[in-house]
Design a protein around this ligand. Sequence first.
Ligand SMILES: *Cc1c(COP(=O)(O)O)cnc(C)c1O
Length: 228
Amino acid sequence: MLSLEDNFTKLQNRIKNACNNASISSNSVQLIAVSKRHSVEKIKTLYSLGQRHFAENYLQEALEKQAALSQLDISWHFIGHIQRNKTRALAEHFDWVHSVDRIQIARRLSEQRPSSMPELNICLQVNIDSEPSKSGFAAEELPEAFGKVNELAGLSVRGLMAIPSATADADQQLASMQKMQALFRALDGPTSFDTLSMGMSRDLEIAVQAGATMLRVGEALFGPRPNP
Ligand SMILES: *Cc1c(COP(=O)(O)O)cnc(C)c1O
């Protein structure tokens, strides 16, 4: 099995090649290391190699890791499904929340973000392939939701996030991601509205081609996730 360091180098090369093929600067794409179910030790290793952005899906697990790693200058991203009663902890402990999937959640994050902290960066999650199993705004709901969320204090609405369907069909993946790009462009946001969060281990090249600015990569970096 390859070491974490080898995986990291390989992944960085994959991203660089994808950017070259899409004729975009690799500075415009940010790697978010999805560390769910992986150890604090592995996060430390990646940190020592220069990685600063980490994403978690499960609140309790994330809070424990944050406590253990409080000396490190990590940007913490939350990408999991959000339960209503978990918003306060998210507002108090994260730099980014990608998975805002209803107005009520944005309102709570806004009210609960401590005024002593910088604005919480959020993305609106879009259910781009209209899958019943996934949460997120429908494409048609987006303009109105965006307008409402944009007015909330304590939040900086940075962009859109999607988890396209797990199809093996590259054309279909590209079509979904291009739809995201079109939705993103259609929203008339401030200059800070600059983030398209999509692309995972299996489809990051396609995501880069479709204009992703944040890639959320777990398995290609850490290897298979241990069972809970
Ligand atoms: C787990 C997860 C990822 C990472 O997926 P990999 O296939 O391991 O790269 C990205 N985004 C979300 C929302 C996830 O839950």
